[in-house]
Write a protein that binds this ligand. Structure first.
Ligand SMILES: Nc1ncnc2c1ncn2[C@@H]1O[C@H](COP(=O)(O)O)[C@@H](OP(=O)(O)O)[C@H]1O
Ligand SMILES: [Mg+2]
Length: 246
């Protein structure tokens, strides 16, 4: 019989274990490009969903890579999973990709784990340190560059943009104190940001929609197109910059 783990330990084991699978298949002399991304998505999803089925048979699951498990509309506990965030970066052989595992309870990310397996790092909402230390003047943006809103923040707060692939890797750059903010707009889904936001909130960071509303999860349509994760010291200034038209 499998051991009985707490939700926090289970989330961490899933993020770490899927990371081991993904690290284990990154042999670029055997597979590369889109094929290794596809097989990574599939294998990480298969392992995580099987472990959740055994350990949490009554919980619902929302994942990027599979149909919903359970009835999300009637279940308060929903695991929100991205088995491989930054599939493009993984396929390209870079180190900025992540595994996201969150447990949302009544829409709030109560437990979260994000692993950055190629960097050997695991962030857990129950153990993460509060972010302190000097501000850096830097803003994480997509590998594809600025969105309209991240450009507005960079311009108005005179912040330098740092391009990082994967939503989890960008959010953990704020958690590590490498950058002060991650501003996203233009599209994303709950699995892309639920676990990162869960860890960021636990680290004392400001997390909200770009119009300042709180972020809630397990919506009927899991589209979560915009958000800001930033140091609390600059939250008012960032939201001001986002609300002022050009
Ligand atoms: N405009 C958009 N619409 C939908 N998803 C988006 C998006 N921009 C970014 N994402 C998703 O957010 C994650 C991080 O993207 P980026 O590194 O460009 O910021 C990626 O997840 P996946 O790799 O899990 O598909 C990507 O697909
Ligand atoms: Mg993703």
């Amino acid at each position: 019989m499998p051991v009985r783990l707490s939700d926090a330990d289970l989330a961490a084991r899933l993020a770490e274990g899927a990371g081991e699978i993904l690290n284990g298949i990154r042999h670029r002399d055997l597979l590369d490009g889109r094929v290794v991304g596809d097989v990574g998505d599939m294998l990480a999803q298969a392992w995580i969903s099987t472990v959740l089925r055994v350990h949490r048979p009554h919980d619902a699951v929302l994942s990027e890579e599979a149909e919903d498990v359970g009835d999300r509309s009637t279940t308060s506990r929903v695991w929100i999973i991205d088995p491989l965030d930054g599939t493009n970066e993984f396929s390209l052989g870079t180190d900025n990709w992540a595994v996201h595992v969150a447990l949302a309870v009544d829409g709030d990310p109560e437990v979260a784990a994000v692993s950055l397996p190629a960097q050997g790092e695991l962030f857990r909402s129950d153990t993460v340190d509060e972010v302190t230390g000097p501000l850096t003047g830097r803003l994480a943006v997509s590998r594809y560059g600025h969105s309209y809103h991240s450009a507005a923040v960079a311009d108005r707060l005179r912040m330098g943009a740092v391009q990082i692939g994967s939503a989890g890797a960008k959010a953990m750059a704020v958690v590590r104190g490498d950058v002060d903010a991650y501003v996203h707009s233009g599209g994303q889904y709950e699995w892309d940001n639920c676990a990162p936001v869960g860890v960021a909130l636990a680290a004392g960071l400001h997390c909200s929609r770009i119009d300042g509303r709180p972020i809630t999860y397990n919506n009927p349509q899991p589209y979560m197109p915009d958000f800001v994760i930033c140091r609390s010291e600059i939250a008012d200034a960032v939201l001001d910059a986002l609300s002022t038209p050009w």
